[in-house]
Design a protein. Structure first.
Length: 146
């Protein structure tokens, strides 16, 4: 097919890492950091589990299910591929989930007595750029729309 060698070798591991994140997010709906942590620990545990060799495990690893679930040999590069897959899954999850941003720290001032953020307040401390355009702070206001 003419795919790059790195993609052929580690593409499945990248997808596997994304699948682990997806499964954890589906089965254990928690904040994204906890899902990320559990997915990373799961991927690490499965890769380290490849270092364990018992006759029954080795026989299972020779089957298609064993190859897909457990793999056959340990590779530190697979950990990098898992991290890449989990990272891509986190980005996709961030785009699909519409969670409110963290609460911004708003400090009242003379021209902004209630501590609201906006284009004239000058007090936004935790802002992110939104896809619709404009800086959005934790209180969901858009500086562009005001």
């Amino acid at each position: 097919m003419g795919l790059p060698p790195g993609f052929v070798k580690y593409g499945g591991s990248i997808l596997w890492g994304a699948m682990v994140y997806g499964l954890v997010a589906t089965l254990w709906p928690r904040p994204r950091r906890r899902i990320l942590g559990l997915a990373a620990v799961t991927a690490l545990a499965v890769e380290l589990f490849r270092l364990v060799h018992a006759p029954a495990l080795d026989a299972f690893r020779l089957t298609l299910a064993g190859q897909l679930l457990l793999g056959r040999i340990f590779s530190a590069w697979n950990l990098v591929a898992y991290a890449a897959g989990i990272g891509v899954a986190v980005l996709v999850d961030s785009c699909l989930r519409h969670e409110p941003a963290r609460e911004a720290t708003r400090v009242p001032s003379a021209d902004n007595p209630v501590g609201r953020c906006g284009p004239d307040s000058g007090r936004i401390r935790a802002g992110v750029w939104s896809r619709r355009g404009g800086l959005r702070c934790g209180c969901r206001c858009s500086t562009r729309s005001r």
